[in-house]
Every structure is written in C-alpha cells, then in structure tokens.
Design a protein around this ligand. Structure first.
Ligand code: PLP
Length: 392
C-alpha cells in the first residue's frame, strides 16, 4: 500500500534530542560509563503522597467512568484557587482544562487559534514543540532572539519589527527551556503592550514556574492590564512534582478562549486519566515541602555546575534563574555545538544537547541539564575539564 501521510503530519519531524540521547544510551549499553546530562526531566521520585492518592483513587473505583472533558471539578477548583492565591488571578472552574501534560496544552493553545498562512512569533532558542505545532498548523514561525548578552530576555523592539499583517500569536516560555532564563516583569509588560497594540494572542508556557531561584514572585502576562483576555497559560505537573510519566498538565484562559480548546481536546484526548487527575489534586493540596526541597537541591547543583563550567577552557556560563538547564557559551572552542557534543560524548562520555537543536540561535551553545545527582555532575565536570584542556 502506498502510504501517503497528510500534509500536516508531513511537516512534523522526529526530535533530534531523542536520537542524540539514543547514541548516549547505546554507548552506555556497550559498557561505557556515560554521564547523560541531556535529559529534561527531574531525577527525583514523585512524592509518595501523590502516589498514594493515585492508588487510593484506583481502589475506590474512580476508574470506570469518563470524567468531565475539562477534568474533574475538584482538580479544576484547586488549580483556580491556586491562581487566585498565588498570582491574584481569578478563573472559574470552567476556565481550566486538565490536559495530557503541558505538551497537550501547547497543542491546544496553538491549534485552536491558528490558520494556515498565519505567522507565529517563537523564541529562538526554544523547546521544539512551538515550531513543530506552527508547522503542523500550516503557519510560518517567525523567530525572535533570546540572547546571552541580553540575559536571555526577548527584545520587544526587535519583536515589533517582526510583526506584520499575518502575525497572530506570540509564544512565551517562562522560565525557558533551554536557557533557564526568567522573564522580567518589565519585559512582560512591554510584550503585553505590543500584543494589545497588534491584537495578538499569547501562549505562555509556564511549565517551569515552580523551579525558580531568585525568590522573586512568578509573573505571567495574564496579570498585566490587557493581558488576561489574550493569554492562554500552559502549565503542568511534570517538572514541579517530578511527574513527567504521569502526563498531567492544564491550560487556564478566559472562557471565550477555553471553549474552542475544549472542543479540540474532547475529540482528540477526551481527558487525562481519571486516577492521575486525583493524584494531581493531591499534589496541589498536599504538602509543598518536597517541591521546595527539590528546588533547593537544583539550586545547589546549578551553583556548582556554573562555577565548574567557568573554570573550563573555552567555556563561559551565565547563572540562570529558572528551570534546570544551563546554556554555556562554547564559541571559544571553535567547534559547532553539534561537533562539541559529539566529541564530548566520544572522548569524555558526557552527553549534552547541542544548542542548535533548539534553533539557529543556539549555535555556539550547548544545553546541560542539572537534573542529575551532584556526584554525576562532579564526574561530568571533571571529565569535561580534562577533555577541554586537550582540545586546541
Ligand atoms: C518548556 C516546556 N514546556 C512543556 C514541556 C512538556 O511538559 P509535559 O511533560 O507537562 O508535557 C516541556 C518538557 O520538557 C518543556 O520543556
């Protein structure tokens, strides 16, 4: 049979991160002692009270019915209360959809509002899904830079120059994967003013909201005048509660933006697993100390690794305020980011991700995930330092 994939799916490419990590895994399987710092998920166990809540939900039989498409009202209420309490934003339970991870949230936020030919403003470098989703929807991705010398803050003036008749949406990622950068309140205000002026929707991916180190409160465009009515907040449980495998996230937006997303969501995924939703409720209602402890541990690892990188020949690294990634500058090694990672894997058995995986703006950088034990970070740092000394 001649398989002819749809035009939309033809646009989607396999993630290069997976194939690169596959190479590291293959080496590990061959017996090499590989330290893989390419993985984008917490290395902690899900807190036990969340696991228990899932098991209790299963035992009491919360399994044999579909839930509301938006998700169980108890979880939506807990999410809505959290926004009120923590960010001063009020959303009704009908303005929340529980999704299969933030990944589905990004899919809903983009696919419910974009038409072929639209232009979408996407950060460069950024997590791959925004580009893939804009291609899937037949749109043109227009990249705006996140530059090291600007503290990885977008430049609203640069963005405004890229806005044209077809521009429909601005994607924000805060904190950022891969830079770890956190958007300042001033940047957000300027960006919201732009979006109001040019009538743009905002998809604000706040998946790493809880993993921040400065003590400054998290800021979202929905808090800024003119922002709420045009912002789709995408968030989830994966990173904050070490729940990547559970596949639970949510979107929060005003009712007229939520309704189209509910229609797409009901015909594609129906709803996330019922018992996982009950576990998500326990995550929000239960003790938050495990989250705080995890963030403190990430902070110690970040500090160690930034200091270590800054002693290595040809490398320099700024200290980011969020997520669990570092994005060191490798330009002085005169290697492309791909070549750098390939050599490091083969010669030092350390797995990193080339910055170019996240966009052209990532050339000259590599992504290091410090969601790894301090022992492994120390081992990786020693090996990297030794290898770099031998590279001319
Ligand atoms: C910025 C960003 N958004 C969303 C996700 C996906 O999160 P989830 O596991 O909730 O689908 C990731 C995962 O790496 C991410 O880096």
């Amino acid at each position: 049979m001649g398989v002819r994939e749809s035009h939309r799916v033809k646009e989607l490419t396999f993630s290069p991160i997976r194939s690169l990590m596959g190479e590291a895994a293959k080496m590990a399987a061959q017996g090499f002692d590989v330290v893989n710092l390419g993985i984008g998920e917490p290395d902690f166990d899900t807190p036990s009270y969340i696991v228990e809540a899932l098991s209790e939900a299963a035992k009491r039989g919360s399994t044999h019915h579909y839930t509301d498409n938006r998700g169980i009202v108890e979880l939506r209420r807990a999410i809505s209360e959290r926004y009120e309490r923590e960010l001063g934003l009020s959303y009704t339970t009908d303005e929340v959809i529980c999704t299969v991870g933030a990944t589905e949230g990004v899919y809903l936020g983009m696919s419910s509002f974009l038409n072929p030919g639209d232009e979408v403003l996407i950060p460069d470098p950024a997590w791959l899904n925004y580009l893939q989703m804009s291609r899937f929807n037949g749109c043109k991705a227009v990249f705006y830079g996140l530059k090291e010398e600007e503290g990885y803050q977008p430049d609203p003036e640069e963005i405004e120059k890229k806005i044209g008749d077809k521009t429909r949406m601005l994607v924000l990622v805060n904190p950022s994967n891969p830079t770890g950068g956190v958007l300042s309140r001033e940047t957000l205000e300027a960006l919201v003013r732009l979006c109001v002026k040019h009538d743009l929707l905002i998809v604000s991916d706040e998946t790493y909201e809880k993993i921040r180190y400065s003590g400054e409160p998290h800021a979202t465009p929905a808090q800024i005048p003119g922002g709420r009515e045009r912002t789709i907040i995408v968030n989830g449980f994966s990173k904050a509660y070490a729940m990547t495998g559970w596949r639970l996230g949510y979107v929060v937006a005003p009712k007229d933006l939520i309704d189209p997303m509910v229609r797409l969501h009901m015909y594609t995924v129906t709803h996330p697993s019922s018992i996982v939703q009950w576990a998500g409720l326990a995550a929000l209602k239960g003790p938050q100390e495990p989250v705080a402890e995890m963030v403190q541990t990430f902070k110690e690892r970040r500090d160690f690794m930034v200091e270590a990188l800054n002693t290595m020949k040809g490398l320099s690294c700024v200290k980011p305020e969020g997520a669990f990634y570092l994005f060191p500058n490798i330009k002085k090694t005169n290697l492309s980011s791909h070549e750098f990672c390939r050599r490091l894997l083969r010669e030092a058995y350390v797995g990193l991700v080339p910055g170019t995986v996240f966009g052209e703006g990532g050339e000259g950088y590599v992504r290091i995930s410090y969601a790894a034990s301090l022992d492994n970070l120390k081992k990786a740092a020693e090996r990297m330092k030794a290898a770099l000394e031998t590279w001319s």
